[in-house]
Design a binder for this molecule. Sequence first.
Ligand code: 5GP
Length: 174
Amino acid sequence: MGMEQKGKIIISEEEIQGKVRELAGQISKDYEGLNPIIITVLRGAVYFMVDLTRYLTIPHRIDFLAISSYGPAAQTGGVRITKDLDLDIHDEHVLILEDIVDTGLTLHYLLRILKERGPASIKICTFLDRAAQRIADLHIDYRGFEVGEAFVVGYGLDRDEKFRNLQYIMAVEE
Ligand code: 5GP
């Protein structure tokens, strides 16, 4: 039950920080003058958000929400907001940060809920993307890295609430 975990480092700390700066540069350019609301989906994406926003060069606001799926999302197709935003996103430019998009179903349903609130625009930025697993028709506006089939931990991503604090991304043996 220590911090040891069998696995392979697939993305190093240096690669992560380089990519986060690159994304922040792009987002700063694209959102110039728009004062976006950066929404972080708790809890995994918090680590990404903290690093990303430190490199943003534009005014922005941050907010958080938490969701839980009604059972396996793939079967029941729904998410419930368990902690809602504090900010009103009506007429605001919204950027959602995720740790990883897999089937895309979670974000698909979340987008549907948030779009009803009438934001001026809504885009998605995910740190990791497992596009081969995609079920939902989802447009990803910004992505850090593409990953393969193996379950990954680190940089916010957990397995049973462990390994979030690793500085790198590791593919683990199940
Ligand atoms: P989706 O609805 O896109 O299938 O599910 C996305 C969510 O599943 C992510 O936000 C994350 O919580 C979880 N997830 C999917 N793949 C992985 C993975 O490889 N590692 C970890 N730690 N979580 C994952």
